[in-house]
Design a protein around this ligand. Structure first.
Ligand code: CU
Length: 322
């Protein structure tokens, strides 16, 4: 995991014993309902178990004890202990249901970000086409995520916002939120999706008002302002290549990038391949076309997700690793 994602684990501020920081209004509602149910359950637990213990002692069987009256039906008592819990249940349902509707219904005006999950990274695509592995959003603005998966079912979970939704291959799901606090919050995959599932740990960065646009403009132009090998390294870290390819000689799920450029390597079908610009390009766009001996064909295709300029930068980056 690169050090930047490691930081995701540290939060802006502590939150409570039960919950991480509440970064949205919805989160406060969810917490409120939780505390209400917790208090209610504790109250009735103590009341019922307490009375039970008291009665066990008071009415224990003793020698010579004769029952004074036969058990009888008490309508008032029964109505009271049916109606009060019924009202409490309706209250809980009402709060839960309206909260659910709020969570599922985005306002008319939202800032839209597309999300594609794949083993084992996130791609957040902003309206101008820029893609990054971390979710950046403006504060106090409704953001809608339109999400899908490239391979298996993933689930995008932002604990501090109290929202979670599955990403299913072949269809779109969506969710929305409005962050009301500037800061960094963890974002993770909550659906077991393979060996490196736990590496799908990223973060949401909530920018102060006005700064989000500045960040987006800068980040989008990075490709053209950085020298290609550095831009390539940035993409390697940000777009999830690092999960499977190392920069030193160790093999991960995929072969190491280090020192392989210009060498001939064996393929699974028994032939060999020269690692040059064309092979790297093909490996990124059509990973199944040529599979290296000793590796499983699990690399996802980046067709349509990396621009030519970006692929060039990655090639220069791999070339620069001696
Ligand atoms: Cu996942």
């Amino acid at each position: 995991m690169d050090p930047k994602t490691m930081m995701a684990v540290s939060e802006t501020d502590g939150g409570s014993f039960w919950f991480p920081t509440a970064g949205t209004q919805i989160a406060k509602e969810v917490d409120g309902l939780f505390y209400f149910i917790l208090a209610l359950s504790t109250f009735f637990f103590l009341l019922i178990v307490g009375l039970m213990l008291v009665f066990v002692v008071i009415y224990r069987r003793r020698p010579g004890y004769a029952r004074k009256f036969a058990p009888d039906h008490n309508s008032t008592l029964e109505v009271v202990w049916s109606v009060i819990p019924a009202i409490l249940l309706i209250l809980i349902f009402f709060q839960g249901f309206t909260g659910f509707l709020d969570m599922r219904t985005p306002p008319a005006e939202t800032y839209e970000i597309k999300v594609v999950a794949k083993k084992w990274s996130w791609a957040f695509q902003y309206p101008n086409g820029y893609i990054e592995g971390e979710l950046h959003v403006p504060v106090d603005r409704a953001v809608k995520l339109t999400m899908t998966s490239d391979d298996v079912i993933h689930s995008l979970y932002i604990p501090s916002f109290r929202i979670k939704m599955d990403l299913v291959p072949g269809r779109y799901s969506s969710m929305w939120f409005q962050a009301n606090q500037v800061g960094d919050f963890p974002l993770l995959c909550a659906e077991y999706c393979g060996t490196k599932h736990s590496d799908m740990l990223s973060r949401v960065i909530v920018h102060p008002s006005g700064e989000f646009e500045k960040w987006l403009e800068q980040a989008s132009n990075l490709m053209s302002t950085l020298p290609p090998p550095e831009a390539g390294k940035l993409l390697y870290n940000r777009r999830g290549c690092a999960q499977c390819h190392s920069m030193d000689a160790t093999a991960r799920t995929g072969p190491s990038f280090s020192g392989t450029f210009g060498t001939s390597q064996p393929l699974a079908d028994g032939t060999t391949v020269l690692i040059d610009e064309n092979y790297i390009r093909e490996s990124i766009l059509e990973p199944m076309a040529k599979v290296r001996a000793g590796y499983r064909p699990v690399m996802p295709s980046y067709k349509g997700q990396l621009k030519d300029l970006e692929i060039d930068a990655i090639i220069e980056f791999i070339k620069s690793l001696k």
